[in-house]
Design a protein around this ligand. Structure first.
Ligand SMILES: O=c1[nH]c(=O)c2nc[nH]c2[nH]1
Ligand SMILES: [Zn+2]
Length: 430
């Protein structure tokens, strides 16, 4: 059976940082869906002629976009959002880690996992690279919850063996065994993938990083994710703990953890040698602008990343970030670059790319998802302006799709996620 979605369509089949006409849009467009995949996209009359017997879903009161891709978000932190007045290390100690310690309780973990995956979908996120829990059971709950709702999930059990609090510490041997079990159970099961996830090198001994290396090498298609260069105090502390290391990046690189399947969150304060090495290794960054602002970490040096040819996507970084919406992250990125001394002038096409295709690229999923090209999975988002909102006024008085995208990111709070399709199946949002 073919389903046609008709409405205003925008996607970025190309990279707008490399090419001027990267945005493709249709003000009266259609997407044909067949067997969970996109069969065609284009102007409505053309698609209608090509698939005459198809079922039609009229979405002309809103926009159709590719599902959004969150490249950095923490499952145990939904209830931490909004903790004001801290910077990274005291935010962790006082607000975040006490809550994360409670996920040893499997019942709470299951409740948080269900809540978390539902909130991702309700914000239009259809794929996410997620920091799991320090607990194996809670991380298993996350994989289970994602599978239940059909979310595409890359995640891992977070590991640490120092500097946090005793309940969150593991040992290298135990972490190896627990992670291996999770990999065997969940990695490549349907749309689930495993990511080796030391919290940050501040909380990981060399023995624990060696275990991460062992797993990363034993399973050559698992991913690696962690944090880097977020906060100056953190960077100083890492330098003291790893006196042999020239910089933060080397604390991971020495253990073979930096390569094309690596995504490091933040990188707000990188050195030039780190940028050079990230580019050479084809490792990627999860840029989390609202978190960087909210916990006062600084402004992402976006231009320097571009100059070095480093790939990056967007991350909500809930709960350091200000919520699950990647549209809001797009606006935050835009504003931060306006504030920055040497900021990069982002356009609506850049923001859409960063919230979709860029994420697919850095997660190695750009053949499957990230835009609406035929053959890709039908992970699609239908957004509707709230009735009588400013965004609705903009929608009714459309000048160009690109301008409307600018309004959408700016007025993101007035865009309701009406429906989400995951591989062509409508997700249950409410
Ligand atoms: O933004 C962040 N959130 C966290 O939970 C975290 N842990 C280490 N470093 C971190 N940074
Ligand atoms: Zn984070």
């Amino acid at each position: 059976m073919t389903l046609i979605l008709r409405g205003l369509i925008a996607h970025t089949p190309h990279n707008p940082f490399h090419r001027a006409e990267a945005l493709e849009s249709f003000s009266d467009g259609a997407i044909a869906l067949q067997e969970g995949k996109i069969a065609a996209v284009g102007p409505y009359p053309q698609i209608h002629r090509r698939f005459p017997g198809a079922q039609l879903q009229d979405c002309r009161d809103g926009l159709l976009l590719p599902g959004l891709i969150d490249t950095h978000v923490h499952y145990p932190q939904t209830r931490v959002i909004g903790a004001m007045g801290y910077t990274l290390l005291d935010w962790l100690q006082q607000r975040t880690l006490p809550l994360e310690a409670r996920l040893s309780d499997n019942r709470l973990a299951r409740e948080l996992a269900r809540e978390f995956v539902r909130l991702l979908l309700r914000n239009g996120t259809t794929t996410a690279l997620v920091f799991g829990s320090h607990f194996q059971g809670a991380t298993a709950n996350l994989f289970g919850a994602a599978e239940d709702v059909g979310l595409r999930l890359l995640a891992g059990q977070v590991c640490s063996d120092r500097m946090l609090r005793p309940e969150l510490h593991t040992t290298p041997q135990r972490s190896y065994e627990e992670q291996k079990m999770l990999i065997q159970r969940f990695h490549n099961r349907g749309k689930l993938k495993y990511a080796v996830t030391p919290r940050f090198s501040l909380s990981a001994s060399e023995g624990l990083l060696e275990v991460c290396q062992a797993l990363f090498e034993e399973y050559p298609d698992v991913h690696f994710t962690s944090h880097i260069n977020e906060n100056r105090e953190e960077i100083r502390a890492v330098a003291e703990l790893f006196p042999w290391s020239a910089n933060y990046l080397e604390t991971y690189d020495r253990f073979g953890l930096i390569g094309p399947r690596s995504v490091l969150a933040h990188n707000v304060h990188p050195t030039e040698p780190e940028l050079t090495r990230l580019a050479e290794a084809q490792a990627a960054i999860a840029h989390c602008p609202s978190s960087n602002a909210f916990i006062g970490s600084g402004i992402f040096p976006l231009k320097r990343h571009l100059q070095h040819g480093i790939r990056f996507g967007l991350g909500s970084d809930v709960g350091g970030g200000t919520g699950f919406s990647l549209l809001k992250e797009g606006l935050s990125a835009y504003i931060a670059q306006r504030y920055a001394e040497d900021g990069f002038p982002l356009t609506p096409a850049h923001l859409l790319y960063l919230a979709t295709r860029a994420g697919a690229e850095i997660l190695g999923l750009d053949r499957e998802i990230g835009d609406l090209s035929p053959g890709k999975a039908a992970d699609i988002l239908y957004l509707r302006p709230e009735p009588e909102s400013t965004l609705e006024v903009h929608f009714r008085h459309l000048d160009s799709v690109e301008q409307l995208l600018g309004s959408l990111f700016t007025l993101h709070g007035e865009a309701r996620v009406e429906k989400v399709w995951l591989e062509g199946r409508e997700a249950v949002l409410r």
